[in-house]
Ligand binder design. Structure first.
Ligand code: LMR
Length: 332
């Protein structure tokens, strides 16, 4: 009897041990996080902080590989790569989701947000939380918003009045609102991936663009486009996204920890973005290569007036609820 019991026990151990070993030694989940910006920018810093915290708190369970500067995927291909599982996390600018939802176009409307503080308030509102779910049907799951900063205009000639932009070609992100914004100035546009922008400026095929200071400085755009006008006419913010199917396949406890880390990182990015841009602006001034144009209030008002008709074109698609919530965050 004893012999049979020992045999049965041995058989049990033999069959049980491989699967127990598999559970204990399960390979860590690998999250490839790809983005197009430099590591020094708010987005670049956020991705690195996410990696650091995940590897501290979920050691052995999750590893994060960060690919900055379009080294894994560029703008044109990253969302397709997310969809078929070649990458697990991205943080595209909100201007790059045009194809998937019209609701996010609100962020591109010129002069909608008075300043970065207004954008920050909007990103904390319930309406913004709803926008994180606006691409569920395309399997794109929004984990949080990261902000970069207010956009400035640059060109290979000084832009002081809206008429100065007439006839120029501007590089834009893939957004129909941005296309309309420049059309309102009598300018033409070309949609180009971020990684191709410098070359297009250098070759002269585009004569202007728009960016927050952190992107302008980290890409050394002043070498090819030295005139920057402080317009603060729009915002550049991001949605950190993952593939819904991939995300829900992660065991619940690990997923919850990842989401709480992401919330912590989002807070850090959004609290430090403005200082990050201010630092880069000061670096640009100190470098002495850029010619920075400061507008008078009347000149600033002229840009606003020229671009404002764009709202009418898009507010129907964006939706009255989102428009209302966005306008409500301004305090001026
Ligand atoms: C751009 O294409 O200008 C930006 O979206 C780049 C970025 O910061 O992601």
């Amino acid at each position: 009897m004893f012999k049979y019991l020992s045999l049965a026990l041995a058989a049990l151990l033999l069959t049980a041990s491989p699967s127990m070993a598999t559970a204990a030694d399960a390979a860590p989940i690998v999250i490839k996080f790809s983005h197009v910006s430099a590591e020094s920018t708010p987005k670049g810093q956020g991705a690195l902080l996410f990696k650091k915290l995940v590897e501290e708190r979920l050691a052995g369970k999750v590893t994060v590989e960060v690919y900055a500067n379009s080294t894994l995927f560029g703008d044109g291909e990253e969302l397709a790569a997310l969809s078929d599982g070649r990458v697990q996390m991205l943080a595209p600018s909100l201007s790059k989701f045009d194809k998937y939802t019209k609701r996010l176009q609100v962020f591109d409307l010129p002069f909608l947000f008075d300043d970065q503080a207004a954008v920050d308030r909007f990103l904390k509102r319930e309406k913004s939380r709803e926008l994180l779910r606006s691409m569920n049907s395309s399997n794109i799951y929004g984990l949080g918003f990261w902000t970069n900063g207010m956009k400035q205009l640059s060109a290979n000639k000084p832009l002081r009045t809206p008429a100065d932009a007439k006839g120029l070609t501007f590089r834009i992100q893939s957004s129909s609102v941005l296309e309309a914004q420049f059309a309102a100035l009598g300018a033409t546009t070309v949609k180009l991936p971020f990684a191709e922008t410098y070359k297009a400026m250098e070759s002269g095929s585009v004569q202007g663009t728009e960016n927050p200071w952190s992107n302008f400085v980290s890409q050394k755009f002043e070498k090819v486009q030295p005139f920057v006008t402080i317009t603060n006419h729009g915002v550049l913010s991001y949605m950190v996204v993952t593939n819904s199917k991939f995300w829900t396949s992660i065991p619940f406890q690990i997923r919850s920890e990842l989401e709480s880390i992401l919330d912590e990182v989002s807070q850090s990015v959004n609290q430090t973005a403005e200082a990050n841009n201010q630092r880069d602006y000061e670096q640009l001034v100190a470098g002495g290569k850029a010619k920075i144009i400061t507008l008078t209030p009347a000149e600033q008002a002229a840009w606003r007036e020229a671009m404002l008709p764009v709202w009418k074109q898009f507010e129907g698609d964006i939706g009255a609820d989102v428009m209302h919530a966005a306008k409500a965050v301004n305090r001026k």
